[in-house]
Design a protein around this ligand. Structure first.
Ligand code: ATP
Length: 283
């Protein structure tokens, strides 16, 4: 077994996001269709004799025990009573605090990578269970592809892969706290609720037009009010010709679908004054 592994940690978008209610434990009960996209961080893992250490190319990401990737390694070390260590480096391309599960995807890649590097032989289900103790989006990030997430977001049902779709992502120059968005969520303020069943049928049928048309995210009712710039990004993306324009997760990243990479680059260029822009594909 090699002493070093390089992995991709892919971002996700939400094709749908619904909040069904609040649970006795204080978490919101959600129902979301999650989709991996090609925008990814690179994670480098190097086996070491002793401790877990972490570094990251992005100045806003903690290089200590607050880093979700570090916590993933420590959780695995503890659960498996593993004596060795790992040096983790994150080359960050996924925008931070954007609603794209950047931290969760890093934690998922570390769990998958260390399972190999440390020769632990754990099943994917076991890794997903350990991942669920780190964050609600981690199990999906371990499975990847297209999936329905329920409960806190950690109960995952794999779905048929969607046809390849090209999208433009826009991330304004500020982050959003997921906890704050959920804390301000009020059912009565939701104007546009997803029809999750119809979305599942569209995915089963491989109907790209319906998948794009049926996207909806109830957390827009919170984030668009806290940050009117997100509404402006949605308007500008729509005016520029993107379809199915939607906020991802708790935001503030917004995506919209385009015909191909050429149109993607053109639309991204027209929105560059609003923040960082990316052209990506579903995968
Ligand atoms: P989600 O969509 O799962 O809510 P997000 O994309 O909105 O997540 P992250 O990019 O995961 O948000 O970052 C949220 C916070 O987590 C950041 O403010 C950052 O300080 C912290 N963080 C800890 N570890 C990481 C990591 N490996 N990558 C990015 N952020 C991390």
């Amino acid at each position: 077994m090699s002493e070093k592994l390089v992995l991709l940690a892919r971002a996700k978008i939400n094709l749908t996001l619904d909040v069904l209610g609040k649970r006795p434990d204080g978490y919101h009960q959600v129902e979301m269709v999650m989709q991996n996209i090609s925008l990814a961080d690179t994670i480098i893992l190097e086996k070491t004799p002793g401790d877990v250490s972490i570094s990251c190319s992005h100045p806003e990401v903690p290089e200590n025990e607050d880093n979700l990737a570090y916590r993933a390694a420590m959780a695995l070390k503890l659960v498996e009573s593993y004596a060795g260590g790992v040096k983790i480096h994150i080359d960050k391309r996924i925008p931070v605090a954007a609603g794209l599960a950047g931290g969760s995807s890093n934690a998922a890649a570390v769990l998958i990578g260390l399972n190999r590097l440390w020769s632990l032989g754990l099943s994917r289900e076991h890794l997903m269970h350990i991942g669920s103790t780190l964050g609600s989006d981690v199990p999906f990030c371990i499975l990847g592809g297209t999936a329905l997430a329920r409960g806190r977001g950690e109960e995952i049902t794999p779905l048929k892969a969607v046809p390849e779709l090209t999208l433009v992502l826009v991330k304004p120059p500020f982050g959003v706290s997921t906890a704050q968005v959920y804390g301000n969520f009020r059912q009565e303020k939701v104007a546009n609720r997803p029809d999750t069943r119809a979305m599942l049928q569209a995915i089963e049928a491989g109907d790209s037009a319906a998948i794009i048309r049926l996207g909806a995210n109830v957390l827009e009712s919170v984030t668009l009010e806290l940050h009117p710039q997100v509404a402006e990004i949605k308007d500008r993306l729509t005016q520029a010709g993107a379809k199915g324009v939607l906020m991802s997760g708790s935001g503030p990243a917004v995506f919209g679908f385009v015909e191909d990479e050429n149109q993607g680059r053109e639309v991204a260029g027209r929105l560059a004054d609003l923040g960082s822009t990316y052209v990506a594909k579903t995968c």
